[in-house]
Design a protein around this ligand. Structure first.
Ligand code: NAI
Ligand code: HPV
Length: 615
């Protein structure tokens, strides 16, 4: 009664790293990152920074109304809910892969009602994806795609707790946002919108709408990221003197564009124009407030195409009324749409647009394609380049990810009773400098291996740390810095579980922890140490560990029991401390032996302990 081993293979096409889909909880298989050899080499050569995979959605039968399918639900395909208008090219890509439900303008109640039927959700800035949405999804929602940059409308903590990956489209609307910033800057300086409204109202007010020149004026850019840098380039083209404040930007990058990085104080004191380009975070919330306005040069002009929340809007109205701020040009508001009687919007010195920064034909097509590819990739289990709430890792770590999960899975199965784990130590031996080795993905996969066999929780990269913490498992990491070439990211990984008994006492090291250690050889993970015993078995299929008296004929005895039961042995390795004393034999098997076969192995006289482990 040989049962198939639980590992299934995800085909990896091109050089994509594919993570196999977890099937529904009751017959869940372990996630395995599979990488064909040629792909490993390419991946190594590429050293592309790509983000960690998230377990793919299990496409369940869809009952949502879809326009991707000819007649409603299509079984077997994932369902993607597109909740805000998305460019046609992106929709076409999505429809090739999924049932696509385009439902724009849903109320929060309608969104909550639909979401439990969806594997992925795509939004722009107009949909709030709060904790209530993740809770209402009942665990089905695996990916939220933000078709744009700012993810302040998505509750990332709730997404992470629910194991849901959040991806965005970080590049396709950069130029559109920068161009809109420049459009607002110039329109504000020359009173374009006010003069336009005046003329349309039948007035001819040439003296009222005298503007200010830009050439030679100082523009301070707050937030020197993608959009900020593009605004800087364009403003320099207009002859402005551009400075920037960004605590995280590199001075070299700024210098290359001819921009000087300055302190916030200096930016406030010297700028004639201030343009905002930072994300909305707790740290940037109301960054411009009464105190900062008081430090600004009288008559300063402010442009905001970032997020409304970075300005205290009441303070801005006060600063406008006091003449500290001469004019403001705003594309974004704390509450969108703002109240019709908003003093700020109606202020005569304020120019407004309804969050149009990303709204060009070109940007919307680009964003739609960018997000469709990211969501499809994530649903397939590929590594998503724009994951917001999962660790970023180099592709070269892919085989170590497989090793990490398998070591976790082995270690936990060696614990007697299968529970009560409190303290796990992971050691990475590497010639890489610690800064050059991001282990978050590895830690997540070890956690997945440790927790999934003993619980009903589904662990993925997104929720691993949270799940470990919630279960009271403390995972500490240690580095051993080796001499040698840093070409290989890791020499070996060791996983130790402290303060537990083992059902295979030989797995307990001299210092008292269950210890397993592994390496990657030719792209394949190997188990290389159990307790104090050196072994060498490729971690594929399942594993039998036996402790025996080291004597001739042992391999034959165990091999023939397995052979009689038609269990195929893929490899054997014997590790011993000294000849003719005790040895540990590791036997890889393709099929799971039945109980009677395992009993027969246990009855071989020289076998002192043994354990069967699923990988
Ligand atoms: N109005 C619109 O339609 C659009 C708005 N945006 C918004 O523009 C903003 C920037 O987008 P990107 O340039 O793509 O992002 P980015 O991530 O490339 O740049 C943001 C920069 O802000 C910096 N920053 C963070 N905290 C800061 C602080 N306290 N002070 C100064 N700088 C700080 C970061 O170091 C980073 O360099 C985001 O808020 C985004 O949502 C982006 C596209 C369209
Ligand atoms: O990308 C961003 O951050 C934006 O603000 C664009 O928002 P939108 O997609 O136009 O709702």
């Amino acid at each position: 009664m040989a049962a198939p081993h639980p590992t299934t293979t995800a085909a990896a096409t091109h050089h994509h790293l594919a993570l196999q889909s977890p099937t529904p909880a009751q017959h869940r298989a372990p996630s395995v990152l599979r990488l064909p050899h040629h792909a490993q080499q390419q991946a190594r050569a590429q050293r592309a920074r790509i983000s960690a995979p998230v377990a793919a959605a299990a496409p369940a039968a869809s009952t949502a109304s879809t326009d991707g399918a000819a007649s409603g639900a299509v079984t077997g395909k994932p369902t993607v809910l597109v909740a805000e208008k998305l460019g046609a090219a992106g929709l076409a890509l999505l429809k090739e892969f999924a049932n696509v439900d385009c439902s724009y303008g849903l109320s929060p109640e309608e969104l909550r009602a639909k979401i439990s039927l969806c594997d992925a959700l795509i939004v722009r800035s107009g949909t709030k994806v709060g904790r209530d949405v993740f809770e209402a999804s009942g665990g089905r929602l695996r990916v939220v795609g933000r078709a744009g940059v700012g993810i302040d409308n998505v509750d990332l903590a709730a997404a992470t707790e629910h194991g849901c990956l959040v991806v965005n489209a970080p590049t396709a609307n950069t130029v559109a946002a920068a161009e809109h910033g420049i459009a607002l800057l110039t329109a504000m300086a020359r009173n374009i919108s006010q003069a336009d409204a005046s003329l349309k109202a039948g007035k001819w007010q040439r003296n009222k709408y005298v503007g200010v020149s830009l050439v030679g004026k100082t523009l301070a850019i707050l937030g020197f990221g993608k959009v900020g840098s593009e605004v800087a380039r364009r403003a320099k083209g207009l002859g402005m003197h551009v400075i920037a404040h960004d605590p995280y930007a590199s001075a070299d990058r700024a210098r290359a564009i001819g921009v000087e990085l300055v302190s916030m104080e200096e930016a406030m004191q010297t700028a004639d124009f201030i343009s905002l380009h930072m994300p909305l975070t707790p740290a940037t919330n109301k960054m411009l407030n009464d105190e900062t306005f008081a430090k600004m040069k009288k008559g300063v002009r402010i442009i905001n195409v970032a997020r409304g929340g970075v300005i205290d809007e009441d303070a801005l109205v006060r600063a406008l009324d006091a003449g500290i701020v001469a004019q403001a040009a705003l594309d974004v508001f704390t509450k969108e749409p703002p109240a019709p009687d908003s003093k700020l919007v109606l202020h005569e010195n304020v120019t407004v647009t309804p969050h149009l920064g990303a709204s060009t034909v070109e940007a919307q097509e680009g964003v739609a394609i960018e997000i469709a590819e990211a969501v499809i990739g994530a649903l397939k289990g590929e590594l998503a380049a724009s994951a917001v709430n999962a660790p970023m890792v180099p592709a070269e770590l892919a085989p170590f990810v497989v090793l990490a999960e398998k070591l976790g899975r082995l270690a936990v199965q060696l614990v007697a009773g299968g529970g009560g784990i409190k303290s796990v130590k992971v050691t990475y031996a590497s010639a890489r400098a610690p800064d050059d080795l991001d282990t978050r993905l590895l830690r997540a996969m070890i956690t997945k291996g440790l927790i999934e066999p003993i619980s009903s929780v589904f662990v993925n990269l997104v929720n691993a740390d949270f799940t470990a913490k919630q279960r009271g498992v403390r995972i500490t990491e240690e580095r051993i810095l080796l001499d040698g070439s840093p070409e290989t990211p890791i020499d070996y990984i060791q996983v130790q579980i402290a303060n537990v008994e083992s059902k295979f006492p030989s797995a307990v090291s001299e210092s008292g922890e269950i210890t397993v250690e592994g390496r990657v050889k030719d792209g394949i993970p190997h188990l290389t140490k159990v307790g104090a015993f050196q072994v060498d078995v490729s971690l594929e299929g399942s594993l039998i560990l036996c402790r025996q008296v080291d004597q001739p004929g042992m391999i034959g005895s165990v091999g023939s029991v397995l052979g009689e039961e038609n269990v195929n042995v893929s490899f054997m390795s014997v590790g011993r401390i000294a000849p003719r004393k005790h040895a540990v034999m590791a036997i890889g098997v393709d099929e799971e032996p039945c109980k009677s076969t395992l009993t027969k192995i246990g009855e071989i006289p020289a076998i002192e302990e043994f354990v069967f482990l699923k990988l």
